[in-house]
Write a protein that binds this ligand. Structure first.
Ligand code: GDD
Ligand code: MN
Length: 388
């Protein structure tokens, strides 16, 4: 009896983002109404970004004429302009009321027949997330070019390896989840992949994948472009940093200091190699540059590679704003030159003034200069506390 009452109260929300889907939207709304099990109350939310082809208006007209069903409502959210799939979905989620949320495309690439299975996984089997999956056995893609397939596979690989995701199709745009799992989340909603963001930010939840055949759209055109791809890498980068600091924290500051110093020296050594190889490349290698010019280029290349390696690897600095990079690079070059001067001065002082042999003087001077370099860059270029 109690179960019955709960079932009546619960509701699912289906979010459908649209941009220029006038040829699909009404059909998909029909299909969804037909496919939702009668005992489930639903709310379908279309999120339209002011589609130039009038998708939004079409829905408005449809809503005026269609028979209202109290338990299967349809609503539309109009946004002013095209602002990305991820943020459209998020907008729909924020406005939804259901305890279970389903997200799907409008163009029939996501077959509505799968919706009941997604809902069942959540409601009956109590999974937290149900993903309609192209990449488990029984799943397929039809109608995509080899290039698009490879792009999808590559993006999936990056998500799995880079972000430690086990789900086979984390790129899916067709999924359902319990509202309760996203309560505490702050979304970035960059680009297309809102599911990926949910997967990264809710580790430890139960996930079910359900195979389906992705069928490329028959009407209208895909909105995936270069921006989508760039946004994807941007979002992966952001998600990659998410939660990282906690995981990687080393408590003893002396250990951190020494390991960073060791990395700094390693980078320095790699700089010699870069310097040498680049200089040779430009003098030989068919480029026949004057050897002094080649040496200057070699120095420049090694400073640059040292800078980026130290920034990302030694100090784990992920701030890639151009302004920031330029100012850090400037300081880095300045400290490197200073280091060279210190080295020169020390060698002279040791050899000439104190009768130390040249090789020994050189070693002492290089180590001292590099250490000074490390400390200065740590503090002033990468704004870290000295002991940290
Ligand atoms: N509101 C809004 N705003 N909707 C958008 C926007 C936007 O900026 N961009 C795309 N959409 C809508 C489209 O109208 C469609 O309903 C859905 O989002 C998917 O867009 P498509 O352009 O059809 O994407 P796709 O078929 O190339 O990409 C599919 O594959 C991906 C997996 O590789 C989609 O299914 C994605 O959801 C999926 O992640
Ligand atoms: Mn599509």
């Amino acid at each position: 009896m109690l179960k019955q009452v709960e079932a009546e109260k619960s509701q699912i929300s289906i979010i459908i983002p649209t941009y220029n889907e006038s040829e699909n939207i009404i059909n998909i709304l029909h299909s969804i109404r037909e496919i939702i099990p009668r005992n489930i109350s639903s709310q379908t939310i279309v999120v339209d970004d002011n589609s130039p082809d009038g998708t939004g208006k079409l829905v408005e007209d449809y809503l005026k004429n269609v028979k209202k069903i109290a338990d299967n409502t349809i609503e539309i959210i109009h946004r002013k302009a095209k602002d990305g799939l991820g943020s459209a979905i998020l907008k729909g989620i924020q406005q939804s009321k259901g305890d279970t949320i389903v997200v799907m495309d409008c163009d029939f690439s996501h077959p509505p027949q799968i919706i009941p299975k997604l809902i069942e996984s959540i409601k009956k089997y109590q999974y937290d997330i149900a993903v309609a999956s192209r990449y488990i056995s029984g799943g397929k893609i039809q109608g995509w070019s080899l290039k698009r397939k490879l792009m999808s596979k590559f993006a999936t690989l990056i998500a799995k390896k880079g972000l430690g995701i086990n789900t086979k199709d984390p790129m899916s745009g067709f999924f359902a989840f319990k509202r309760s799992i996203i309560k505490e989340l702050n979304f970035d909603a960059i680009g297309y992949k809102i599911l990926l963001e949910i997967l990264v930010k809710t580790k430890g939840v139960n996930i079910k994948e359900i195979p389906y055949t992705f069928q490329d759209r028959e009407f209208g055109s895909s909105k995936v472009g270069l921006k989508t791809i760039l946004d994807y890498y941007k979002s992966v980068w952001k998600l990659y940093r998410y939660g990282k600091p906690l995981e990687k924290q080393e408590k003893r500051s002396s250990v951190k200091f020494l390991s960073k110093a060791a990395r700094f020296y390693t980078v320095g050594a790699s700089g010699f190699l870069v310097n040498y190889l680049i200089s040779l490349l430009f003098t030989n290698g068919g480029l026949d540059m004057w050897y002094l010019h080649a040496t200057v280029l070699g120095i420049f290349a090694s400073i640059t590679s040292n800078f980026f390696l130290n920034k990302t690897w030694t100090f784990g600095d992920r701030d890639f704003r151009i302004k920031k990079i330029i100012s850090q690079y400037g300081k880095f070059v300045m400290f490197s030159s200073l280091g060279a001067l210190v080295q020169l001065g020390m060698v002279y002082f040791l050899v000439d003034g104190n009768d130390v042999s040249y090789p020994l003087a050189l070693i002492v001077a290089v180590i001292t200069a590099a250490f000074g370099n490390f400390v200065l860059n740590k503090k002033w270029t990468f704004n870290e506390k000295l002991l940290n």
